[in-house]
Structure formats: C-alpha cells, structure tokens
Design a protein around this ligand. Structure first.
Ligand code: SF4
Ligand code: SF4
Length: 643
C-alpha cells in the first residue's frame, strides 16, 4: 500500500474490518492493490472523465475543450454531443454484450444437456422449463424434459439473431410499456442485432444525432434486460435450481485455517456447480485429509459467488474489491476464475503466496494463470482435476503467513421472484396491500459494483440503511448484496433495523428487510417482480413507487443495467459520475428529458445520504400519483453534508 494513506488509516478505503486488516498486510508486504494503482493514475484524464475524447477512427484521437476555448469539433466534425453519446452507447453495448454472451453460454450448456452430449448437468427445475417452453410456444404435453429443453434452446437461440421483431421475454413487460417501446421504436428485436447495430451506428459518419444514438442505446440495453440476462437467469434456474431462502455466511472470515480453501470468482455458474459437486467426492475429501487438511472449503467472490450462495448457501468471501485481498490472507490454495470483473492483477498478488490462479474460459485468459479450458461435456472430470490440484497445493501453504481477519457474518439469500411470491402466499397482493397502506413506502433495487474511488461498501450500506429505516423495502444483487450481507443487514433479525412498518411486515414473513435477489444478470428478477406488481395494479411500471440505485458502479455492465431499468420505467440514481458531463445536452436528456419519453430518468448523486432522500422523494411522488397516502416530497429534508 502506498504512501497516500492518511490519518484516517485504512477505514478511509473500506468500511469493513476484513478489508482494512488485509490492506494493512498488503502495505506491510508491499503488495500492490487497486487502491494503489488508482493513486498512481491520478489525476485521471479530464477529457475522458467528461466523455469528450474520441478514438473511434484514425483521423483522431480527438478531444473537445470543455471550456470552449480550444477545439469544439473532432477532425470529422463531431461535436461534444455526438462524441459523448457515441462513447456512452458503446459502453452500454459492451455491458449488454457481456451479460448476453454469458446467457448464450448457459443456453449452449442447456442445449448440450438436452441432447445428451454432457452428463455433467441435468434439468433441475422441470416446472420452470415447462413455463418457459410455453412462453416460447414449445409443446410440453406428453414430452420428456430433454425434448422440451432441446426445442426451447433452439427457440432461445433465435432471440440472439435477427429473424424476430421482438425478443420473446418482452412479452413479460406490461402492455402499456410494450406499446410505448413500439411507439418509440426501441423494442429490442434481437440480442446480437442491437449490439451490432450500436457498433455500426457509432462508427464515424453513421448516426450523428445524439438523441437517436441514445434511444438506440436504450434499445440495446433492453435486449440485455429483457433478453440475454433474462435468458441467463431463467436457464440457470432450470439447470441449477430456482433459489429459495437459504442461510449463509459472509466476509473473509469464511476462509478456514485447517481446510483447503478454493475461491470461485467470476460470473458463470456452469463451472462452479461442478466444482461444488467435486468437492463433495469422498476420494477427494480423503486426499485432502491425507495432505493434512480437515476438509475442502469453497468460497465465492463476486457474482459466481452470488450464484452459489443463492442456490447452495456456499459462503461468500467478498465482492469486487476483495478479490486481491482474499489472496493476501495467505490461506487460499486456488482461485478458479471464469469471466468478467476479474482483475488481471490477481495473478500478481498470487505470485506473492502459494495461491494458484486457474482460468477456465477460453474467452478469458490471464497472464500468469494456469489455463484449463473448460468443456462442459467433460465438466465433472475437469472439476475433479481442479479440486485435486488445489488439494495438492495445500502443503505449500506457509502457516505463519496465514491471516484470516474477522469472524463471518450470518446472512440470508435466495430470494428469487418465485421465493418472494411464495413467502407472500403465492401472489403479490400482500406486498401491494402493505405498499397501499403505507406500511412499506415502496421498493428499491440497490445494485452494482465496488469502485476504489468510493470508500468500499459505504455507498451500498449507507443508502440501504437509510431506505429500510424509512420503510422502503430493498432488494439487492451483485456486489451491493455482498456489501449489505457483510454489514449484517440481510438477516431476518435485521428487521429490527427497519422502520416500524417494514419491520412488522418482515417479522410477519420471517424475511430480512434487504432481500438478496442474486447476481448481476439476476437484476432481471427485479424487472419480473416490477412487471408483476404493475400487472396486479393494472398500471405501467413507471407508475409504481420503485427506484434503482448503483452507488459504487464501475462496470459497463452496470451502465447497461441502469439503462434497461430506466427504459423499463424505473428512476435510477448512480453514485459514480458517468462520462457524460462534457455534453450538457446529453446530461439534460438522461437526467430529465427521458422522463417524458420512458417515464423515468437518471440522477447522479455520490452522497448516499442525499441519494436516499432523492429516492424517498421520488417514491412519495409516485405514491401520490397512485392516490395512495403520501408524504409531501418537499418535506423530506436533504442533508447538507455527507458523513
Ligand atoms: S470519429 Fe471523428 S472525433 Fe472520433 S477520432 Fe475520428 S475524427 Fe476524431
Ligand atoms: S456488481 Fe459490478 S463488480 Fe460486482 S460482479 Fe457485478 S459487474 Fe462485477
């Protein structure tokens, strides 16, 4: 850790004890982390921060002077509006592509499973498979699950192409919303198609109308939210089971001093699921004992971790900014990675310890890692080999260097839409009733990443706490879920932290006030729940007292999520400034004008205390619109300064 450490100590970088302790170790042992590299990068480029630099073609790179004194146009003549809109559209397309390609990978495994090309997987949730098949017009009567799955997979592959006028899951949105998208010309037609069209439109000399570019960016994001991510989530449920409430533990304290520790990092549950089964193999457990370990301890990181926690209760080591620090414990035999959000630096940190980093996706290789090409057709064999290799690394652990900070925190996860409806008695009616009575003011999705520019987890935890204290139900995914779990806000007993109305509802149902809905692709569960609430009330989604927030986002995927959430009619507050402030026109459209187009817009508010007030005011405004008891939004005071 470098010399930028001030008097506040490591609490300046993270609110959590486990991170603070490991940052101290990193400093003592001269191990570089993301925080160090951020300090080395500062000051970061002002043009890029504002979205005003363009390197799309070889006449550039070009920059627009934000002060109006230097160049106002790139070599091709593109102005600030065009450059900012093109850059943002490309970021959204990259995020949408990441989610959707993940969905395609799961889809291909379903297809191989259905064809009998792999025995590593089976169709776990047959009922969900049949429901999905009906949505896609696939016959289910008197057919075996694998026959249905084969046809369903084939139909879903068509959603990626260009033959359709609309991706199939768009049919899940309320009719009013579908009609609005059709009127605006932003109904997503094909998942790949919208992403390819974004790249085409943002080539030099194609789309030069910033509004037109951004409308297509929304369409692209919708192909993610109601397309690729939705396929990923639904098929993961079909293959690995639809999550139900489950207890787990969280923070670096889940590592064990006397067991072989294996961390599963990334996003795709296809590999990690076989690792979980391999780790239960009696022969491998015996091998672990022979090597001096008491067992094999799997822990999750980021969204692969969330997938495992949601379905199997596998303990969670941490979120995005913990990926280097988990290695710094000296207790990790192996980190197995698939793709997305895996810092290339993990192999540098691993070199300082005995930890092996194994990459497994041919589309995601890492210098310094051992690459084992994961082929689902040989899934169990590869899973066994990896676990065996981790066990064989156990004797290389240097006991004196092992530092496992903190005791694990308990938490509850597993709140799929199906699980939430089951808790409510099979219908959204009790939730709607609690909202109508004002016991619950509304619901908010707090989602997204960590970013070393923000004190780790401060944004997630503070915003969530202020919302539940004010009777707003919070649903969480991704790294935001991990942050809240570590803060102890996701136990049924955490209902005591909530305001009186939410607390009473949570106690009656035995649920926490902060519901873990899964990984980042699982944000689509929030869309499905929102659509169910809207349909129940006979209104469009934008009429509901809902909001989204991404207090610590870093990823292009988070931008795609934010865009599809807003395009679906949900107001969204982001905590990290997106690179748009070089164009006042783009800012005005995204933070205001979109309200008149899709019924929702973005706000940027880095202070979670203030973001909580913005969201509470928005919720009361929507309550008023629905003629529910409401508080005058202007009476909710805005705090003057951040904590
Ligand atoms: S597209 Fe235009 S603004 Fe961008 S690099 Fe090329 S010439 Fe410059
Ligand atoms: S929340 Fe962000 S950092 Fe965390 S796994 Fe998802 S995209 Fe990656």
């Amino acid at each position: 850790m470098s010399s930028h450490l001030g008097g506040e100590g490591f609490s300046k970088f993270s609110i959590h004890k486990d991170a603070q302790e490991m940052l101290r170790v990193a400093q003592d042992e001269h191990i570089q982390t993301a925080w160090d590299r951020l300090a080395e990068q500062e000051p970061q480029c002002g043009y890029c921060t504002l979205g005003l630099s363009c390197r799309i073609c070889a006449m550039g790179p070009c920059r627009i002077d934000p002060f109006g004194e230097g160049p106002q146009k790139g070599v091709c003549g593109a102005d600030a509006d065009i450059i900012v809109a093109r850059n943002l559209a490309r970021m959204i397309a990259a995020g949408a592509s990441a989610h959707s390609d993940h969905g395609r990978d799961i889809l291909e495994v379903l297809h191989e499973t259905a064809k009998g090309d792999t025995t590593a997987y089976e169709i776990t949730d047959v009922e969900k498979l049949k429901r999905l098949a009906k949505e896609y017009g696939v016959k289910v009567d008197h057919r075996k699950a694998n026959e249905i799955a084969k046809d369903l997979a084939w139909e879903m592959m068509e959603d990626y192409g260009t033959r359709k006028n609309s991706v199939t899951f768009v049919g899940r949105a309320p009719k009013a919303r579908r009609d609005l998208w059709a009127k605006l010309g932003i109904t997503p037609r094909g998942i790949d198609r919208e992403n390819v069209e974004t790249l085409h439109r943002t080539h030099m000399g194609v789309d030069n109308d910033y509004v037109n570019i951004l409308l297509h960016a929304l369409r692209t994001s919708l192909s993610d939210g109601w397309g690729g991510s939705m396929i990923a989530t639904e098929l993961s449920d079909v293959l690995f089971g639809t999550p139900k409430p489950i207890r787990s533990e969280i923070n670096l304290g889940v590592l064990r001093t006397d067991e072989v520790n294996i961390a599963l990092h990334g996003h795709n549950p296809v590999l990690s699921d076989v690792i979980v089964r391999a780790a239960q193999d009696p022969k491998l457990l015996k091998l672990a004992r022979d090597k001096g370990a008491k067992g094999i301890n799997l822990v999750g990181l980021c969204c692969t971790g969330n997938e495992l926690l949601m379905r199997r209760g596998i303990h969670m080591a941490g979120n995005h900014l913990m990926q280097e620090l988990v290695i710094t414990t000296g207790a990790l035999e192996m980190m197995i990675v698939d793709y997305q959000c895996i810092m290339p630096s993990v192999t540098d940190v691993a070199k300082c310890f005995h930890t092996k980093v194994v990459s497994t996706a041919d589309k995601a290789k890492f210098p310094g890692a051992t690459h084992v090409s994961f082929d689902p057709r040989r899934g169990m064999e590869i899973g066994h080999d990896l676990v065996r290799s981790a066990i064989e690394n156990y004797p290389n652990r240097i006991v004196e260097r092992v530092r496992i900070p903190d005791k694990p925190m308990e938490m509850m996860g597993g709140f799929s839409v199906e699980a939430i409806l089951a808790a409510l008695g099979g219908t959204p009616a009790p939730l709607v009733e609690a909202i109508a009575k004002g016991q619950i003011r509304g619901a908010v999705g707090v989602v997204g990443c960590n970013n070393p520019k923000i004190r780790q987890d401060y944004g997630h935890v503070t915003l969530t706490r202020r919302l539940i204290e004010n009777d707003v139900l919070v649903v969480v995914t991704g790294c935001a879920a991990v942050a809240n779990g570590k803060a102890g806000q996701m136990k049924p007993e955490s209902a005591d932290m909530a305001g009186p109305g939410l607390k009473a509802v949570c106690k009656a149902l035995g649920i926490p006030p902060v519901l873990h809905m899964g990984s980042c692709v699982d944000n689509v569960r929030i869309l499905v729940l929102a659509a169910a609430l809207a349909d129940h009330l006979g209104v469009d989604i934008d009429a509901l007292p809902l909001a989204g927030a991404a207090p610590e986002w870093y990823s292009e995927k988070a931008l795609s999520i934010g865009a599809y959430v807003v395009a679906s009619g949900i107001y969204t507050v982001v905590g990290v400034q997106p690179p748009i402030f070089g164009s006042p026109n783009v800012v005005n459209l995204l933070a205001g004008g979109l309200e008149n187009v899709v019924g929702a817009c973005f706000a940027v508010e880095p202070d979670p205390e203030k973001a909580a007030v913005l969201i509470r005011r928005h919720i009361e405004k929507k309550r008023k619109g629905l003629k529910l008891p409401f508080v005058d939004p202007d009476t909710i005071a805005m705090p003057s300064a951040s904590a």
